[in-house]
Design a binder for this molecule. Structure first.
Ligand SMILES: Nc1ncnc2c1ncn2[C@@H]1O[C@H](COP(=O)(O)OP(=O)(O)OP(=O)(O)O)[C@@H](O)[C@H]1O
Length: 225
C-alpha cells in the first residue's frame, strides 16, 4: 500500500463575500517533499496557506492532512491535528515580544501539553543550535536582527517535529544574503527532519531549491518546470 499523502487538497475554493479568490485547487504532497508555490500578487497564496493551517476556512473542497480529512473532525480534534502536524513560518516572524527567544520556541511544545521543564529546555537548546542561535535563548526578540528573528520562527516551526511546514514568504523581509541563508536553513532543516515544506515565495532562487514548483491561479494550480 502506498502511504497516504502528507497533504491532499481537493477542489478547494474560496471567496471573500463577492470576491472570488481561488477555485478548484487540488494538490498532493508526499512526506519530505519541498514544494514552492508562486503566483501573482493577490491570487490567494496566503489565503490558501491559511486555509490549510485552519486560520481561515475554504468555502468548498477538502483538506486532508496525514490521511485525515480536517473538515470531518470537530474543532478540537482539527486543532489538535494541526498543532501536532503543522509548523508555520510567516513573513513577519510573529514572535511574541514579551517572551524570551527560548520561550517563543517552546510554545508549540507547551500547546501540545509538554510540561517537563528539562525535556523542553533540552529540545529548545537543540533547535537553537540547529538554527545557529545557541546562547541567544534568554534574549528578547527586540534584541535580535531580522535574520535572527526568522531563524527563531523556523526553530519554533520545527520544535515539535511537525510532518508539514507551511512557510509564507519566509524571506520577504530580509536582505538577499540573509534571505538565502535563512532559506537554506529552512529547506535544510525540513529535509533533515523529513518534514514536507510548502513555501510561498516570490523569489526565484527560493523556488529553485524546491523539489517542485507550482503556480496558483484563480482557476487552480499548475505545475511549472
Ligand atoms: N480578510 C480578507 N477579507 C477580504 N478580502 C481579503 C482578505 N484577505 C485577503 N483578501 C483578498 O483576497 C485576495 C488574496 O489575498 P492573499 O493575501 O491570499 O494573496 P497573495 O497571493 O498571498 O498575495 P501577495 O503575493 O501579494 O502576498 C486579495 O485580493 C486580497 O485582497
Amino acid at each position: 500500500m502506498t502511504p497516504a499523502p502528507l497533504l491532499r487538497l481537493q477542489g478547494l475554493g474560496k471567496a471573500y463575500r463577492d470576491t472570488p479568490v481561488f477555485d478548484a485547487v487540488s494538490l498532493e504532497m508526499a512526506p519530505g517533499e519541498v514544494v514552492a508555490l508562486v503566483g501573482d500578487s493577490g491570487v490567494g497564496k496566503s489565503t490558501l496557506l491559511n486555509c490549510i493551517a485552519g486560520l481561515d476556512r475554504a468555502d468548498r473542497g477538502q483538506v486532508e492532512i496525514a490521511g485525515r480529512e480536517v473538515q470531518s473532525l470537530d474543532d478540537h480534534a482539527a486543532a489538535l491535528l494541526r498543532r501536532e502536524a503543522l509548523g508555520f513560518v510567516f513573513q513577519a516572524f510573529h514572535v511574541l515580544p514579551h517572551l524570551s527567544v527560548a520561550d517563543n520556541i517552546a510554545l508549540p511544545l507547551l500547546l501540545l501539553g509538554w510540561r517537563e521543564r528539562t525535556a523542553i529546555d533540552a529540545r529548545v537548546a537543540e533547535l537553537l543550535a540547529e538554527v545557529d542561535l545557541a546562547g541567544l535563548g534568554p534574549r528578547r526578540p527586540r534584541e535580535l536582527s531580522g535574520g535572527q528573528l526568522q531563524r527563531v520562527a523556523i526553530a519554533r516551526a520545527l520544535v515539535h517535529r511537525p510532518a508539514l511546514i507551511l512557510a509564507d514568504e519566509p524571506t520577504g523581509n530580509l536582505d538577499p544574503r540573509t534571505a538565502q541563508r535563512v532559506l537554506d536553513l529552512l529547506v535544510g532543516q525540513a529535509r533533515r527532519h523529513r518534514a514536507g515544506c510548502l513555501i510561498v515565495t516570490h523569489s526565484e532562487s527560493a523556488a529553485a531549491q524546491a523539489d517542485r514548483r507550482l503556480r496558483l491561479r484563480a482557476d487552480g494550480i499548475e505545475a511549472l518546470r
